[in-house]
Design a protein around this ligand. Structure first.
Ligand SMILES: CC(C)(COP(=O)(O)OP(=O)(O)OC[C@H]1O[C@@H](n2cnc3c(N)ncnc32)[C@H](O)[C@@H]1O)[C@@H](O)C(=O)NCCC(=O)NCCS
Ligand SMILES: Nc1ncnc2c1ncn2[C@@H]1O[C@H](COP(=O)(O)OP(=O)(O)OP(=O)(O)O)[C@@H](O)[C@H]1O
Length: 200
């Protein structure tokens, strides 16, 4: 089974690229979705986050859940706190990824994608046969991200300071998918890539 890592900085188009892979019947592990599940009702990260960051867990429908807004306020801009949160969350995401890979192997999949925003930051590329980086010019990225409700230039600057820079990601990639041209262009590039990887 070939394991393709999919990564890219904030707003570069990972989720959009992941949908294209799914449409081509490639199973995708979504690390962001795994974080959401871990922080939702019954999730394994709820209790340790509540203990480490008082006031960030609340009663939801049918159980305790992380209040992401409160957690964001507690960690964004505070590097020691964000590192503490990563130490709680990342090993649990890794567990979920292992289960995803084991299930894919049992189904004898030939190709899967790991969509991981912090792939290089967490040295995840070692677990992948090749790495695809989605990338667009910085001005396009900035425009996309600042359109999101609640996003500010300061938040964006802080998040970027915690991510491997785009130019280094491009350098370390096996394939770069340009997402600043058009959706159609990116979809075509991914289709060609899947064909190439499957034929190897
Ligand atoms: C801090 C939290 C609560 C903020 O949640 P919120 O819904 O406001 O933002 P969201 O998760 O959509 O992230 C917004 C952007 O920040 C980036 N980002 C998130 N966490 C990190 C991080 N630890 N380091 C660098 N960038 C990050 C994401 O890639 C995304 O582009 C949340 O991001 C979180 O729990 N982060 C820790 C877990 C983590 O490292 N996730 C990233 C990939 S697995
Ligand atoms: N190839 C593309 N052409 C045009 N617009 C795109 C393309 N890919 C993504 N976009 C747009 O860019 C924005 C960000 O895309 P997306 O949500 O996929 O990024 P992301 O990398 O998953 O973001 P994050 O790191 O914040 O999770 C969205 O508004 C999306 O519609």
């Amino acid at each position: 089974m070939k394991v393709v890592g999919l990564t890219g900085s904030i707003g570069m188009g990972k989720s959009t690229a992941a949908s294209t892979f799914r449409r081509l019947h490639v199973p995708v592990f979504d690390a962001d979705a795994a974080v959401h599940a871990l922080q939702s009702r019954g999730g394994r990260a709820v209790a340790p986050i509540g203990a480490a960051f008082p006031g960030t867990v609340r009663e939801g429908k049918g159980g305790l859940m992380v209040d992401r807004e409160a957690l964001r306020r507690a960690v964004l801009g505070n590097s020691a706190a964000l590192t503490r949160l990563e130490r709680i969350v990342h090993p649990l995401v890794r567990d979920a990824e292992r289960r995803f890979l084991a299930a894919a192997r049992r189904r004898a999949e030939r190709l899967v994608v790991l969509d991981i925003p912090l792939l290089f930051e967490t040295r995840g590329e070692g677990r992948c046969d090749c790495v695809v980086v989605v990338s667009a010019p910085a001005a396009v990225q900035r425009y996309r991200v600042l359109r999101r409700p609640g996003m500010t230039p300061e938040r964006l600057r802080y998040i970027l300071s915690r991510q491997v820079p785009d130019r280094e990601k491009r350098r370390r990639a096996d394939y770069v998918v340009e997402t600043g041209i058009s959706r159609h262009h990116a979809q075509r590039a991914i289709r060609a890539l899947v064909r190439e990887i499957r034929s190897r």
